[in-house]
Design a protein. Structure first.
Length: 251
């Protein structure tokens, strides 16, 4: 029995460092996914326009594939942190559902920062490679030198999107593990929020704005920060309820 008294902050820090070491492969997978998609996207999509007097052809190169890959990776990370193996590993430390969740959120934060920075930087590298291959390039978005505020705002937005997906998926999975029947309202909520075609087949009108529009179509950067911040705080608080119930069931 240890006579050393540890504060909650020390326990959370110890668990966070453990999760960082045990999930190092998860970060490596992100880099591999981004590299593979980046290599596929650098060739571009060959498009053209033909008329009777002239023919115009161009290659369209975009970083959207890397963005999608990073967001899908975030979804998987949110699921991984709720697996029994991850929860059982916390028994190595004198922990509680509160410290376990806080350590997971710290890991999500670091993972989101890594994903956001590398995703935006991959776009900058892509533009540099294209410019070196062919100087006749039209660049849609400015880089760090031409538009530093826009560059850093893209990084912040990507970090927030990644973190939002991790936190939401993590909380949803905790509710499902607490009660398998919770998957029904969760699936209905997802279908409704995305204007799924399932509701069209059932004759249900899909006039409400989607949750994706709620974030994606927000033109104000500061309002977007407020929206994502409020949603993540609410969802994070909700995650403590199922995690404590799961702890009780296991004990």
């Amino acid at each position: 029995m240890s006579l050393t008294h540890r504060t909650m902050g020390e326990v959370v820090k110890q668990q966070f460092l453990f999760k960082l070491r045990s999930n190092a492969a998860v970060i490596t997978v992100l880099f591999v996914m981004q590299a593979v998609v980046w290599g596929l996207m650098i060739g571009g999509a060959n498009t053209g326009l033909s008329m009777s007097t002239f023919e115009l052809r161009w290659n369209l190169i975009t970083n959207d594939g890397v963005v999608i890959a990073s967001l899908l990776w975030a979804l998987v990370v949110g699921v991984i942190l709720t697996t029994p193996g991850q929860r059982n590993a916390s028994f190595t430390y004198v922990s509680s559902p509160v410290t376990e969740n806080l350590a997971n959120f710290c890991f999500f934060g670091l993972a989101a920062i890594i994903a956001g920075v590398t995703t935006v930087l991959s776009g900058s590298v892509m533009k540099l490679v294209v410019f070196m291959k062919d100087g006749n390039s039209i660049i849609e978005t400015g880089g760090l030198i031409a538009a530093p505020l826009d560059f850093f705002s893209r990084i912040v937005v990507m970090i927030l999107y990644t973190l939002l997906i991790m936190v939401v998926v993590y909380t949803f999975m905790l509710f499902v593990q607490m009660n398998r029947l919770m998957i029904v309202p969760i699936v209905l909520l997802v279908l409704l929020s995305t204007k799924s075609g399932v509701f069209d087949l059932l004759g249900i009108e899909g006039n409400m704005g989607t949750l994706f529009d709620f974030f994606y179509k927000e033109s104000s950067f500061w309002l977007f920060l407020v929206k994502t911040g409020v949603v993540m705080v609410i969802v994070s608080i909700l995650s403590f309820f199922p995690s404590s119930r799961i702890e009780v069931k296991q004990s």
